[in-house]
Design a protein around this ligand. Structure first.
Ligand code: ADP
Length: 507
């Protein structure tokens, strides 16, 4: 095993269930990759530990090899061997853990959604810490993400710090408080945690079901730093309506809880160099954007007779959080307003998938509407580049990345004012916002009227003031949504926490 190098920067280890582009379901994957790259650029040693999924994109891992040593980790009363693989993803060193467990924990053809997810990820969290311990690593920060690796926080302080893996501060980022991974309290024992000690109101006990434990609550209680992915969402989750049962816990631990807006990976999402696009383009050369619009209309079988017909894009997981009823409404309203609509999305919720399949079939050879119901990274890039407007009518949205990616590709966001959308989309008609920050259209009430108002104002602007619209497109493409600023905020949190810990150890 490679041991930690000493350097003047910090040694940060992310333990996560996703990392773009090799194992991505949504924003979490983008954040792990984007934040890590930005921290590495700032001179820190950043390593990532992921499960070795069968369904990863192995083409994007360089120099993948198995290490000679296996790491044994405890689960369900016995030790299991884990094969450890190392490779490089986008210039970052990544460890992949392959548990040699008869249940083939990460050999399921999908990342999540298995009935034993709690077991799979509590196993992985423990194996990741075991890897760090046995490799003799001395990280300054162990950064875990979402409920899948929330177990790392209590495991670290209860079991691994006493074993000698005690150099680190624990940072936990919750990317969405909707998903808390609760389970019957007894299930926690499998990974070696003490259920009697932890199933208590001030520790991991779920705030509403007292016979269940809540990994996200555990990570909030046991981490040194707790973050979520935008300032507005950090406020929303501290209220009874927005906290999904955790508002009291977050308020109690408010001193260590902050919101930091995610960035986007400005190299991966760059229309000037994007190899997925038919034509690369910049803010000063929007002809390329028009060519991408024509190309996608042709390839999807949409009418391309009228270059000025606005194309509205939407790329999303189709789950209730994303405002699926408003997305459906936007398709019909766009048609009435004389636009075209392209939706790329897929749903883990059976009835939503079925409903959208019916709409897709209804419009399958329509001139102006196309629904593509799958996950498709390549097509997503083409849609960002081709669309004039981009719709994000979320009911709640911790941060949201699609609005930022859309702006970088010159597609004007039409977004609901919630969470991170509220921190990144500023209405062009909102006089309370300084002119230089106004960049899109937003609406407050999560209903058809709210959406109609914003969509109609966008269409009017596009159709009646093309020159002003072009300037808005150029302005949005030049906004800096890179990780630089946000990574600096994480850097500061990490450094302060490490300094505080050292100050208490040294007399
Ligand atoms: P969430 O994490 O809630 O899914 P975000 O807006 O934070 O939402 O991140 C969504 C990311 O996933 C973006 O990079 C978006 O382009 C991508 N994405 C969502 N759905 C699809 C899809 N069907 N095909 C390709 N990419 C998708």
């Amino acid at each position: 095993l490679i041991s930690s190098q000493t350097s003047s920067g910090l040694h940060v280890v992310h333990i996560a269930a996703e990392m773009a582009p090799v194992a991505k379901v949504g924003g979490l994957g983008d954040v792990v990759a984007g934040l890590s790259k930005a921290l590495q650029k700032k001179g820190h040693l950043v390593e990532i530990i992921l499960p070795k999924y069968d369904c990863m994109d192995y083409d994007r891992v360089r120099d993948l090899r198995a290490l000679d040593v296996a790491v044994e980790s405890y689960f369900d009363g016995r030790l299991f061997k884990n094969k450890i693989w190392v490779g490089t993803v986008e210039g970052l060193p990544v460890y992949f853990i392959e548990p040699l467990h008869p249940d083939k924990l990460f050999w399921r053809g999908q990342f999540y959604g298995e009935r034993d997810d709690f077991k799979r990820f509590s196993f992985f969290s423990r194996a990741a810490l075991e890897l760090l311990l046995q490799a003799g690593k001395k990280p300054d920060i162990i950064h875990c993400h979402d409920w899948q690796t929330a177990f790392v926080a209590p495991l670290y302080w209860d079991l691994y710090a006493p074993k000698g893996l005690n150099s680190a501060r624990i940072c936990f980022t919750c990317h969405n408080f909707e998903y808390q991974g609760t389970a019957p309290a007894s299930d926690l024992a499998s990974c070696g945690l003490d259920v009697g000690q932890l199933n208590r109101p001030d520790r991991m006990q779920d705030n509403s079901a007292h016979d269940r434990i809540n990994p996200v609550k555990g990570a909030v209680v046991f981490s040194n730093i707790v973050t979520t992915v935008s300032l507005t969402y950090a406020q929303e989750v501290r209220s009874a309506e927005g906290g999904r049962g955790l508002h009291s816990t977050l308020n109690f631990h408010s001193k260590k809880f902050v919101g930091i807006l995610n960035g986007i990976d400005a190299d991966a999402w760059n229309p000037a160099t994007d190899a997925y696009l038919k034509v690369q383009y910049t803010a000063n050369d929007l002809g390329g954007k028009a060519e991408n619009k024509e190309a996608i209309r042709k390839s999807l079988g949409l009418s391309y007779a009228d270059v000025r017909r606005p194309l509205v894009g939407c790329i999303t997981r189709l789950v209730p959080q994303k405002g699926v009823h408003l997305i459906r409404h936007a398709i019909y309203r766009t048609l009435e307003l004389g636009g075209q609509f392209v939706l790329l999305g897929s749903s883990p919720v059976h009835h939503i998938q079925k409903e959208f399949e019916a709409i897709a079939n209804h419009f399958q050879s329509h001139d102006h509407i196309r629904l593509i119901l799958k996950y498709d990274e390549t097509l997503s890039h083409s849609i960002y580049a081709a669309s004039d407007m981009f719709i994000i009518p979320s009911i709640f949205e911790p941060c949201g990345l699609t609005q930022m990616i859309a702006m970088r590709y010159g597609s004007i966001p039409i977004a609901r004012k919630t969470g991170g959308l509220n921190d990144s989309v500023f209405d062009v008609d909102d006089d309370t916002v300084p002119l230089q920050f106004r960049n899109g259209y937003s609406f407050l009430s999560p209903d058809e009227q709210g959406l109609n108002g914003a969509l109609e104002r966008a269409f009017n602007h596009y159709l009646s003031k093309p020159e002003s619209w072009r300037q808005l497109v150029q302005k949005d493409m030049n906004i800096d949504f890179s990780w630089d600023t946000s990574a600096s905020q994480y850097e500061e949190l990490y450094s302060k926490s490490v300094a505080r810990a050292r100050a208490t150890i040294r007399p």
